[in-house]
Design a protein around this ligand. Structure first.
Ligand code: PMV
Length: 334
């Protein structure tokens, strides 16, 4: 056997149309509610995991810089699971990079932990199913469970580790949608999503949001299956406001919106009222994801770019699943 066990994987971030906010079980990252998303083609994280007998401890290197602390601990949770399942006792070196600059405010934890899960499992020689890999990715970041399968994805909350995983309900080719990301701030967020999930239950609105999720999820899934943009727009914006209402009423209160976020939201509402198929959604940050049919992405991105406070617009279409790369693919830029 070779003295190195190495694999490289690539995964896309995803944008949730029905959001995950709050955990029923924080240790296993079992969410309070089901969620629905699509992967973002054109944006990716690429991660190489090498298990080596000569390393005393796990090492994480992001964009060439060693990282320790809480981020390394989350990576180790995934590596430990792989070591336990494979019987491999070696420490690992994890090298990771994104093709979207860190600090553009585009969440990278979903693509990062999906790529890590695939690379670590492959490096250890585990041939796991997509659903097992989705569970593994979830242990690092909940939304990473949704970056493992491709296209339009549903994550059923489940009751425990075994039945909490994401799967594709429509392939990427089903509907050519785009996400035009209006970047209004590149500052790191004050309260990250792991801390934020822990606060969700302190809002009196969380129980109502969770109770209504099956209805919104069914509406969103139906809108996607029938390619009904108007129905999708209504439910996506409602879901965003429900999640932000919970954030804004938790203790302490979390207000992720900036002035420029509101500028974009108002512009999108006006455009839709004038008959343009656009809708917005925001995650745990101020940047605004503006959804539209892919054929309109160029004009929507151009109009977003000139709104006050918008620094940059990134356009992504519906992306495929996370995948292990061949040795030579791992070196090429994708
Ligand atoms: O996976 P996390 O812990 O980064 O949580 C993601 C939370 C949101 O992005 C706000 C919503 C979602 O469903 O992606």
């Amino acid at each position: 056997m070779s003295q190195l066990r190495r694999a490289t994987a690539l995964a896309h971030p995803n944008i949730a149309l029905i959001k995950y906010w709050g955990n029923r079980d924080a240790y296993w990252r079992i969410p309070a509610n089901d969620s629905l998303s699509f992967n973002l083609e054109g944006l990716w994280t690429r991660t190489t995991v090498t298990f080596r007998p000569d390393l005393g401890t796990d090492r994480l290197v992001l964009h060439g810089r060693p990282v320790t602390g809480e981020t390394l601990a989350r990576v180790q949770r995934v590596l430990d699971e792989v070591r336990a399942a494979s019987g491999l006792a070696w420490s690992a070196e994890v090298l990771s990079e994104n093709n979207f600059p860190m600090g553009t405010g585009i969440a990278s934890s979903a693509s990062a932990f999906a790529a890590l899960a695939l690379a670590a499992a492959a490096a250890a020689g585990l041939t796991w199913s997509e659903r097992a890999l989705s569970r593994l990715a979830r242990l690092g970041s909940g939304s990473a469970a949704r970056s493992v399968p491709g296209g339009f994805v549903l994550w059923r909350a489940g009751r425990g580790h075994e039945d909490s995983f994401a799967y594709t309900f429509a392939p990427a080719e089903h509907w050519a949608l785009a996400d035009c990301i209006a970047v209004v701030s590149t500052r790191p967020k004050v309260v990250g999503s792991s801390q934020g999930h822990a606060l969700a239950a302190t809002s009196p609105l969380q129980a109502a949001r969770v109770a209504d999720t099956p209805r919104r999820l069914a509406l969103a899934q139906d809108a996607i299956l029938r390619r009904d943009f108007a129905q999708l727009a209504e439910v996506v914006e409602l879901d965003t406001h429900l999640m932000h209402a919970v954030m804004q009423t938790s203790q302490p209160r979390l207000l992720y919106w900036h002035r420029a976020s509101l500028e974009v939201m108002h512009a999108v509402r006006a455009w839709r009222a004038a008959g343009r198929p656009v809708a917005y959604t925001l995650d745990a940050g101020p940047n605004v994801h503006v959804l539209c049919p892919a054929t309109l992405a160029e004009s929507v991105a151009a109009d977003l770019a000139v709104l006050p406070g918008v620094n940059e617009v990134r356009v992504a279409t519906v992306g495929g699943p996370a995948r292990v790369l061949e040795e030579d693919e791992g070196l090429a830029s994708n």
